[in-house]
Every structure is written in structure tokens, then in C-alpha cells.
Design a protein around this ligand. Structure first.
Ligand code: SF4
Length: 331
């Protein structure tokens, strides 16, 4: 209990009221389908006890570090930032202070102890191990080794989930679903990972000891249960067949971006509701079509990204013409 009091004091010291913290936890619990009161109490208990600081190993393979940037850049809401500060990040090549022997030794000791959450960012080369070596050995080996004693495994971003952009290149990058067959992996695709998806998933695991309900490709249903198209504010223009062709024509400003390559009808993620950059905006509202980064065949299967000349886009239009994509009014 003392530890919990200390936790509340720390919140205050960092300018976060209990009310704000509870509000963030309640919103997270509601999305995840958990009891709000119970969830908040368990979060405080899990994070307030220093002795139980949840250990995390974060491995980086073939990636651009975008997910690490999303993770370290989590400032708002401050409650999310505090939650991420409270995990014990034992190993992260890019942001840990130690390097060389010391960082490898921190990794080895944590793996030996077991009981940590393994977070993987970036894909694993399937063409040849030498495309991604860490500390002189294949990244693939490191992932397999770290997975053995992990209590939970989270793939962050499109690359670690399903291969992503490296999956379309000569390294033939694969995601954890293929690299760790038979292991339960929580996939948090999108490029990069959304901080709310990561915080919510870690908290779900810490408070229930379970993996959140997943869809058939390993994504939490709470975050990836609806298509981008279903919640898009341009949806009525798609239904009416009004597709933006000229960004310089103010009349077309809000029209559907299908002809600019939008893959929203085939992409499942809560981006239009949750939005990005602290809830400020997201691709479609900035005038760029959805690139389908939450789907397993991103990047190759979604290309070309900015035109409707892909098989995927043609299929979307064929389904629309056949009446297989319901109008917003029919939902
Ligand atoms: Fe929105 Fe894209 Fe659907 Fe058009 S195709 S309504 S821009 S999600």
C-alpha cells in the first residue's frame, strides 16, 4: 500500500492528477472490455510496486526504429508516459545507456532470469541470416532464445508482425508469426506501432495475466476489429462515387481518396477513431490514402501505394460495383 501511495505522489510530482490517471485507465479498460475500477486498481498495484517492476526485453531487427521512436516519444497523455516509464526496460540496443559487453551481459542475465515481456521490432531475414546480425550472431537466434523464457511476446509494428517493408526486399523479412511457429504472439502492426496499442496491450497482460482476445492474424480485436473505411469521414463520398482526382481543386478537398490509392476498405485498425500524434490527425485526414500498414501483405500487397493501379485497389472497386461493400447508411 505504501508503494501505491508513493506511486500517487509520483503522479502528482509529474503534474498528473489522480483524476487524469484514472480517466486514461478507464478509457483503456473500456476499449479492452475490462472492468474500469478493477483495471485501474490493478494498474496502480502492478506499477506502484517497485519490486514487481515488469521486466521488458526489446529487440530490434530489420527496422527503421520508427516503433522505438513512437515508444520513446510517448509524452501525451502524461499518464501513458508514466506507465511506460514504469516498466523495467532491461535491454534495448538503441536507447539503453550500456553498450558492447555490458549491454550483452544485461541481455543474457535477463534471459537467464526469465519472466519478462519480449517486445520485438523489425523483421527477421528468411533469405540469409547474415542480413541481420547482432553481437556477431544471427538476429533470428536471438529472437528464438529470448522467446523461450518470455511470459508474453509482442510484435510491434508491421515488420515484426508480418515482415513489413523488408518482407518485400531481398532479405525476405518475416514476422514473429512465421519465425516463432507455435508460440502465441500478440501482433501490433501499423507502421509504426501506435503507443496506445502498446500501452493497452502491456497493461492488459499485467493486470489479467492473459493475452487480449485476438483476431485470426494475432491482432487485439479491441484495436483492429473495424475497418478504416467503416470509420472514415470521407465514407459518404466513396458511397456516392466521388473520388478525389485533383488536390488543387478545393471542391474535392473532402472527397474519397480511393483513386489516390487508399486501401481503407481492406485495412482493419482504429486509426480514424484513435488518430495519431497524440490524437491530432491520421493519414486520411492529412490527405494521404490509407496504405494498409495494419495488414499482413503490407508493403508488397498494397503497392503501388498512391494510385488505384494495384490488384488490391481493383478488387475494392469490383466489390463496390457488385454491392459487396455496404454503404455507411446500411451499416
Ligand atoms: Fe476513406 Fe479510403 Fe474508404 Fe475513401 S476508400 S472512404 S478515403 S477509407
Amino acid at each position: 500500500m505504501d508503494k501505491e501511495k508513493e506511486f500517487y505522489k509520483e503522479l502528482e510530482a509529474r503534474g498528473v492528477s489522480r483524476r487524469e490517471f484514472f480517466k486514461y485507465c478507464a478509457a483503456t479498460a473500456a476499449v479492452l472490455g475490462l472492468s474500469e475500477l478493477d483495471f485501474t486498481a490493478k494498474v496502480v498495484h502492478a506499477l506502484g510496486s517497485a519490486a514487481k517492476k515488469p521486466p521488458v526485453i526489446w529487440l530490434e531487427g530489420q527496422d527503421c526504429a520508427g516503433c522505438s521512436i513512437a515508444f520513446t516519444g510517448t509524452l501525451n497523455p502524461p499518464a501513458a508516459s508514466i506507465i511506460l516509464d514504469k516498466i523495467s526496460l532491461r535491454y534495448h540496443e538503441a536507447i539503453m545507456a550500456a553498450s558492447g559487453y555490458h549491454s550483452e551481459s544485461a541481455y543474457r542475465e535477463t534471459v537467464k532470469e526469465g519472466g519478462y515481456i519480449l517486445v520485438v521490432e523489425g523483421s527477421i531475414p528468411s533469405a540469409d541470416d547474415r542480413f541481420c546480425m547482432v553481437g556477431g550472431r544471427p538476429f533470428r537466434e536471438m529472437v528464438e532464445e529470448a522467446a523461450e523464457k518470455a511470459v508474453g511476446i509482442i510484435a510491434v509494428g508491421a515488420c515484426a508482425s508480418y515482415g513489413g517493408i523488408p518482407g518485400a526486399g531481398p532479405t525476405k523479412g518475416i514476422g514473429l508469426n512465421k519465425a516463432l511457429p507455435g508460440r502465441a504472439v500478440i501482433n501490433l502492426p501499423t507502421c509504426p506501432v501506435h503507443k496506445d496499442h502498446l500501452v493497452g496491450t502491456i497493461l492488459y497482460f499485467l493486470t489479467t495475466g492473459k493475452i487480449p482476445p485476438l483476431d485470426e492474424i494475432g491482432r487485439p480485436k479491441a484495436y483492429f476489429g473495424q475497418s478504416v473505411h467503416d470509420n472514415c469521414r470521407r465514407r459518404s463520398y466513396f458511397d456516392e462515387g466521388l473520388f478525389l482526382k485533383d488536390w488543387n481543386d478545393p471542391r474535392q478537398k473532402d472527397w474519397c481518396l480511393y483513386e489516390k490509392g487508399c486501401k481503407g476498405p481492406d485495412t482493419y485498425s482504429d486509426c480514424p477513431v484513435r488518430r495519431w500524434n497524440d490524437g491530432i490527425n491520421f493519414c486520411i485526414d492529412c490527405g494521404a490514402g490509407c496504405m494498409g500498414c495494419a495488414e499482413p501483405d503490407f508493403y508488397a500487397g498494397m503497392s503501388p501505394l498512391f494510385s488505384a493501379n494495384s490488384i488490391r485497389s481493383r478488387n475494392i472497386m469490383a466489390r463496390k460495383k457488385a454491392g459487396l461493400i455496404p454503404k455507411k447508411s446500411e451499416l
